[in-house]
Design a protein around this ligand. Structure first.
Ligand code: OGA
Ligand code: MN
Length: 276
């Protein structure tokens, strides 16, 4: 009897036990995914926000095919050195001939939602671990639904209608105009509200004094960083993670500059502008 690779009944969704995230077992991403398996994954992603696949040995083309099940993989807005598959973006501190092969270096990166400095930010991101340092470089995700829901009612009321400016610290990355988004966004697929600010890319709140903005954002950043909302992933080579930027923030721990870390990333945008 022949078994269809990656059929839905081979797939298992194992929640991490943390505030978000699930491991998907039983799928080999070298092979295409049947439609009902894609639907099952989509459903799992909406439920768990972050999905981990372990032990994958995939090519760039496999990663792009997997990405395209969830939308359209696009060439990243940041320019990178020429590479065989243009949708693959390198997140790496490695240098070749004195030039970085990728982005994001080796320092810690605080909580953020990818590309929130754009009017139409990224929706889903996928990274695949190719080479890892011996220590450091773990990635953490925050459940921004749970963080929002746990705010006290007075604070929720204060945030209603409030907007925040998002801007990349590398000025050339930014669009010419100042981009703002609601502090609390509604997920277009689940209809649930999630906190949409983070210390890496959110600059200030609109329409309040600088000190009020600093105080309020500080409160929110401390709140979302609580362990009860956060899940940590210690990477192994062959891990692939897909996450939903509309209801999570993520951050990465630093690692020694003398060590190498290479991750391959693909990115999905959609046309939606975040709304409250
Ligand atoms: C990213 C990112 C974290 C990591 O690719 O957007 O934040 O662990 N990466 O490399
Ligand atoms: Mn990121």
């Amino acid at each position: 009897m022949t078994v269809t690779p990656n059929s839905i009944n081979q797939m298992q969704v194992v929640p991490t036990g943390g505030s978000l995230g699930a491991e998907i077992q039983g799928l080999n991403l070298v092979h295409p995914l049947p439609e009902d398996t894609v639907q099952g994954l989509h459903h799992a992603l909406l439920s768990h926000a972050v999905l981990l696949f372990r032990g994958q040995q995939i090519s760039d083309e496999d990663q792009v095919r997997f990405t395209n099940y969830f939308g359209q993989a696009v060439e990243h807005v940041r320019k990178q050195m020429p590479r065989p598959v243009k949708e693959i973006f390198f997140v790496s501190n490695v240098e070749k001939d004195g030039q970085p092969i990728g982005a994001l270096g080796n320092d810690e990166i605080p909580f953020h939602s990818d590309l929130s400095y754009l009017r139409r930010p990224g929706t889903l991101s996928i990274i695949y671990a190719v080479e890892l340092p011996s220590t450091g470089g773990a990635t953490q995700w925050c459940n921004c639904y749970a963080a929002y829901e746990a705010l006290d009612p007075d604070l929720k009321a204060r945030l209603k209608g409030m907007r925040a400016v998002h801007r990349h610290h590398v000025e050339s990355q930014n669009p010419p105009e100042l981009i703002d988004h609601p502090v609390v966004c509604t997920h277009p697929e689940t209809g649930r509200k999630a906190l949409y600010v983070g210390p890496h890319l959110t600059r200030h709140l609109v329409g309040v004094s600088e000190s009020e903005s600093r105080e309020l954002l500080g409160t929110l950043f401390d709140h979302m960083s609580q362990e009860r909302f956060v899940w940590t992933h210690d990477w192994e080579i062959g891990d692939l993670i897909i996450w939903d930027n509309r209801c999570t923030m993520h951050r990465r721990a630093g690692f020694p500059s003398a060590e190498r870390r290479i991750m391959k990333r693909t990115q999905i945008f959609n046309d939606a502008i975040p709304y409250e």
